[in-house]
Design a binder for this molecule. Structure first.
Ligand SMILES: Cc1cc2nc3c(=O)[nH]c(=O)nc-3n(C[C@H](O)[C@H](O)[C@H](O)COP(=O)(O)O)c2cc1C
Length: 325
């Protein structure tokens, strides 16, 4: 069990926020296959305060998605607090503050991972958001801005103060902001945070690509939880498999090709509900790459699915390779 404030999850892992991926479609499937909690991709605080976006309620979660978290990005404590309130008002159950995003355009605007250089701003944001919402509040960090000692010191300073502020969890991706996705994530630093703050809830992230790794990390790290990020793209089954292994059961048989094809099409249709057809086919390609990984003729299948230019071609390729649709 994993407790995030007053929300208890049956299993100590959940769907990580993934910008450009964890929209409603991916969240619904992750949940259907056993994720006890899902998150939006990171959203700029201003989106919640933008009248047009708010009117259309583009970011309102479905009633079938409980519990679901919103992750917010921004640098101004007041707008972050306002945004958190808006997200809670439209139905999100938890708020996660992003101090991890390494995208250059985010860093240029002094948001996301950049704020690991400014522990005082991070703490002000936590305090103001804490005062504006009652729901569980968590933060996402990387292991410092870069590999310097100064960055490491600031990372510890943020952890220490966040714990003192009563943050409901610190989620740590064990790479520095500057490191982006190079090298392997450093789990030693995440474990060290848990050792330093045993009462705090510490959740780890990095290179959790299959169910075995989920369980290995949980059993060997002493952490309270782990999040599943890239490992869940086109692979909702990872949650079912991780649940079984965590509960000491045998690994379930992998999904039959027909089930893979059905889930693939269901995912596409959920996306098509909110995007025009041509855009949805293009948008879906990145998920198709993930789904193909389980197919024995992965490369050929991937090439054909990616070449599909419209819905009919996508369905034809799925019929050919998965026998459904
Ligand atoms: C395409 C992509 C989008 C991501 N978007 C977000 C995001 O919106 N918010 C966030 O906190 N982390 C984001 N991450 C980081 C992941 O949540 C996770 O911490 C990281 O990928 C390490 O885990 P993994 O190696 O198991 O994928 C993103 C990662 C990827 C690859």
């Amino acid at each position: 069990m994993l407790k995030l404030g007053n929300i208890s999850l049956e299993v100590p892992f959940y769907q990580a926020p993934l910008s450009g991926y964890t929209d409603r479609a991916m969240r619904v499937l992750a949940r259907a296959y056993g994720a006890p909690l899902t998150y939006t991709g990171v959203m700029l605080d201003m989106i919640a305060l933008n009248k047009k976006a708010s009117r259309k309620l583009l970011f309102r979660p479905g009633v079938d998605e409980k519990p679901v978290g919103a992750q917010i990005l921004g640098a101004n404590p007041e707008t972050m607090a306002e945004a958190a309130k808006s997200f809670v008002n439209v139905g999100f159950d938890l708020i996660d503050l992003n101090f991890a995003c390494p995208a250059p355009k985010v860093l240029r605007r002094h948001r996301g991972g950049y704020l690991q250089k400014e522990p005082e701003t991070v703490i002000k944001i936590i305090q103001q958001v804490r005062d504006s919402v009652m729901c569980p509040l968590t933060i996402k960090l990387r292991a410092g801005f870069d590999s310097s000692q100064e960055s490491r010191d600031k990372f510890w300073q943020i952890c220490r103060k966040a714990v003192a502020e009563g943050i409901d969890a610190i989620v740590i991706h064990g790479r520095s902001v500057k490191n982006m996705y190079r090298d392997k994530g450093d789990w030693e630093i995440i474990k060290a945070v848990k050792r330093q703050f045993p009462q705090a809830t510490i959740v780890g992230s990095g290179d959790v690509m299959d169910a075995e790794t989920v369980v290995m990390r949980l059993k060997t790290s002493g952490l309270d939880g782990v999040i599943i990020a890239r490992g869940a793209i086109g692979n909702p089954w990872i949650f079912k498999e991780a649940r079984a292994l965590w509960e000491g059961k045998p690994r379930p048989e992998g999904p039959a090709l027909t089930e893979q094809g059905e889930v693939f099409l269901r995912h596409y249709e959920l996306i098509a509900e909110i995007r025009p057809m041509l855009k949805s086919v293009r948008y879906f390609r990145k998920f198709a790459v993930g789904y193909c990984r389980r197919h024995p003729q992965r490369r050929q299948v991937q090439a054909e699915l990616i070449a599909a230019r419209n819905r009919d071609e996508l369905y034809a390729a799925v019929r050919k390779w998965y026998g459904v649709g």
